[in-house]
Design a protein around this ligand. Structure first.
Ligand code: ZN
Length: 317
């Protein structure tokens, strides 16, 4: 992640209410009337915290290390346990030090209708950090939330869009962000979607990053699709945490960027004030990024907001 200075249930529990049209003359098609309503309160924040902790102990897990491969296998296993079709896409990519192999991890929930929603996180941690740096917030927290979302959504078989849970490798740069350094996994997937002609099916890319800080303060970067900002802020409002969401003063170079660049709607829910005082970010990429700095409560807030966003996105207009 970097700042860009260029711009100022299980099924029975989750599927609570099918929408039934009344008999008073409505000509609405019955088949489209059944869209599940996801229940935000079923997001288990403690489970998300445990998932976060289980990934955080796998360090270092920067791209190209045995730890990264172990983390990828761990994530795939967790997605499989959740009941999703899970797979790893391993691919070579150029880096400043030569070609390296990266591993994107996927969990797929097929949809019944059209559209594709990506729920994304990166799981690699910053390279070259002093122990005991474990990347609890950056990147285990967002991955933990995603795994809990996967557990909740996996049993649902009648969502209209396909949901793809994506765990990117190689988000962190080794030196400076460039076409050769950083965002490897997201650039690869965005390219694949374009090459397969699927980019127009993408309704939303919801990227989570650094979402576990006890002092919860989501700073949505400037380079985010405005309609998704509206949906996120409305979701935060409905969740009663609107004051914890703001539009950041900068654009950010993060995994949502390759999708934006390819014309896909994308948002980055990130708390880039991860530090010792309000507005500071001094725990970021330091050994202070550990499990003591994050809370289940913050993970829960993120998970519930994402579920509310999904409800808005999947409802027929
Ligand atoms: Zn980072």
């Amino acid at each position: 992640m970097r700042l860009l200075p260029c711009l100022a249930l299980q099924q029975s529990l989750l599927i609570l209410s099918a929408v039934f049209f009344s008999a008073c003359g409505s000509k609405a098609p019955l088949a489209s009337a059944v869209t599940p309503v996801l229940q935000p309160d079923l997001f288990d924040a403690e489970r998300a915290y445990r998932e976060t902790a289980e990934l955080a102990v796998l360090y270092p897990r920067d791209a190209g290390t045995p730890g990264a491969e172990q983390a990828a296998q761990h994530l795939r296993a967790r997605l499989q346990t959740a009941g999703l079709e899970a797979f790893i896409d391993s691919f070579p990519d150029l880096t400043p030090t030569g070609t390296q192999t990266f591993h994107n991890v996927f969990g797929r929930l097929p949809g019944q209708g059209r559209g594709l929603i990506l729920l994304a996180s990166h799981y690699d941690s910053k390279a070259g950090m002093e122990p005991p740096f474990c990347g609890a917030n950056d990147s285990a927290s967002s991955s933990g939330v995603l795994l809990e979302l996967a557990r909740l959504l996996a049993p649902i078989t009648n969502l209209p869009p396909e949901i793809l849970f994506v765990f990117f490798d190689g988000e962190e740069c080794v030196r400076y962000y460039s076409e050769l350094d950083g965002l490897h996994g997201s650039r690869h997937l965005a390219r694949q979607l374009v090459e397969n002609g699927k980019q127009n099916e993408v309704q939303a890319v919801i990227l989570l990053d650094m979402v576990g800080d006890k002092n919860y303060n989501i700073t949505i970067p400037q380079n985010t699709t405005p309609s998704l900002v509206r949906i996120a802020l409305d979701a935060a409002e409905a969740e009663g945490i609107r004051a914890s969401f703001s539009l950041y003063r900068y654009a950010m170079g993060d995994d949502h960027v390759p999708f934006l660049a390819a014309g896909m709607p994308a948002i980055n829910l990130i708390d880039f004030e991860f530090g010792s005082a309000p507005g500071r970010n001094d725990y970021w990429h330091t050994p202070d990024d550990n499990m003591d700095r994050i809370s289940a409560e913050s993970l829960g807030k993120t998970g519930r907001v994402v579920l509310r966003m999904l409800n808005t996105l999947i409802q027929p207009n």
